[in-house]
Design a protein around this ligand. Structure first.
Ligand code: ZN
Length: 428
């Protein structure tokens, strides 16, 4: 089978999107190539008919939008996804010495990590740094993306020293999961390495957000090339689907097409740039103002709008099919998934389900249904959180995947193009 262009594109996107900051940079690159231009939150917005724009917040969340060709604000068609994935964050004062012979790095967990999957594989360190810069307005600091260009490894303890490792071992993140950085001669060199990556002189480096990342590239596998594995599929695969859809669809008539990619979903979204911030509402408001549309027309538009909250879904696990609901259970390559939860962890209801089913029918896409087993809590995601700020008709969808929150996740190679087709239908 020939790997479709979206899977290829996703592989290239994931390679660049090592951290949420890099994900925003990779997103920006694709948007620019598709004719979107940047506007800043600190500037006035004068939006043109059919104009395509993007705005970022906090360096790790981004929104792209296309103004209707007829210049009318009738509704917003929104796709939301998230830029972050579970990982480890390097602490300030990172170096820890082991008997003066090893240097390891002090790190803390970010999000719900499957800890064991991070062991015994080369990991990269990347993120962003801030240096002193009197030319910039933001407090006199300038920001730069970095990749330290070195690997670290979190080594397992040999089974001879940990006989219970296969009996449900309880990992301790502070003692079991610290990455080995270097040997004796590397003592005192971590900060220098960061300074070098930042192109900064000693003392110029003022701040940093550094994360571990799994550098493995997307690999297509299976006798019929039916599966692929890669890091950060949750939720960069949906972010990439939204990005492909909005760049291909461009501007619609009457509806503002919006793609919202939020950081910090994995830690509850309550940050200045997360789904539990004012970012979406502020952006929708400023689109209204920038289009020269009145207050009442904004409320009318919101009442007629639709949000597709796109975050990956659990496919039936080959070794544990009993963990899935009996008849609301998606499989890899069965198509995008519509997610239901009676407790409204997912926003899908009868009406929004009908809208999604109609989108799929029109796009020729097969839809699968997910609900948790009634005795399992499951996760929550973006839709219900952003609905607390901007309340609109919404549904939760996702790509079916295995091993969610592992360092390396697995999905089907046929589902991504169907997800793009469904999103493009919304943007029509
Ligand atoms: Zn997710």
């Amino acid at each position: 089978m020939k790997t479709d262009k979206y899977i290829k594109g996703l592989g290239a996107f994931l390679k660049e999107a090592k951290t949420p900051y890099h994900a925003v940079a990779a997103t920006t690159k694709m948007l620019k190539e598709a004719g979107f231009s940047e506007i800043k939150e600190t500037e006035s917005w004068k939006l043109k008919k059919g104009g395509k724009y993007y705005v970022s917040r906090g360096g790790s969340s981004i929104m792209a939008f296309a103004i209707p060709t007829n210049g009318k604000l009738e509704s917003y068609s929104i796709v939301a996804a998230h830029s972050d994935s579970p990982t480890f964050r390097i602490k300030e004062n990172a170096e820890l010495s082991v008997s003066g012979k090893y240097v390891k790095l002090n790190a803390e967990g970010y999000g719900g990590i499957i800890l064991s999957t991070w062991l015994d594989r080369p990991l990269g360190i990347a993120g962003r740094v801030f240096t002193e810069d009197s030319q910039t307005i933001a407090g006199g600091v300038s920001e730069k993306l970095v990749d330290l260009g070195c690997n670290v490894v979190i080594p397992s303890l040999a089974i001879h020293m940990n006989r219970e490792v296969n009996d449900g071992y309880k990992w301790n993140i502070q003692t079991d999961l610290l990455p080995l950085f270097g040997g004796e001669a590397t003592a005192g060199s971590f900060d220098k390495l960061v300074e070098k990556a930042a192109g900064a002189k000693k003392g110029e480096l003022l701040g940093k957000d550094l994360l571990l990342y799994c550098p493995e590239e997307l690999k297509v596998w299976g006798p019929k090339d039916e599966f692929c594995s890669a890091p950060r599929l949750d939720d960069l695969a949906c972010a990439f689907a939204g990005l492909s859809a909005i760049t291909e669809a461009g501007a619609a008539k009457g509806a503002v097409n919006v793609l919202a990619i939020f950081d910090n979903e994995e830690v509850g979204s309550l940050t200045a740039q997360g789904a539990d911030s004012t970012f979406l509402e502020d952006t929708l408001r400023r689109i209204q103002i920038g289009m020269g549309v009145g207050e009442e027309d904004y409320y009318k538009a919101i009442a007629g709008s639709f949000l597709l909250s796109a975050d990956n879904a659990h496919a039936v696990h080959p070794n544990h099919p009993e963990k899935s609901d009996e008849n609301n259970r998606p499989f890899l390559n069965g198509g995008p998934v519509l997610k239901f939860s009676a407790n409204q962890k997912y926003t899908t209801g009868g009406k929004s389900a009908a809208i999604v089913k109609k989108l799929c029918k029109d796009a020729g896409v097969t839809l699968q249904i997910f609900a948790n087993r009634s005795d399992m809590a499951g996760g929550s995601t973006l839709g219900n959180i952003s609905n607390a700020h901007v309340s609109l008709t919404s549904a939760d969808v996702g790509l079916p995947q295995l091993a969610m929150h592992s360092a390396l996740e697995t999905m089907g190679t046929h589902d991504l193009s169907d997800m793009v087709a469904m999103m493009k239908e919304l943007y029509k």
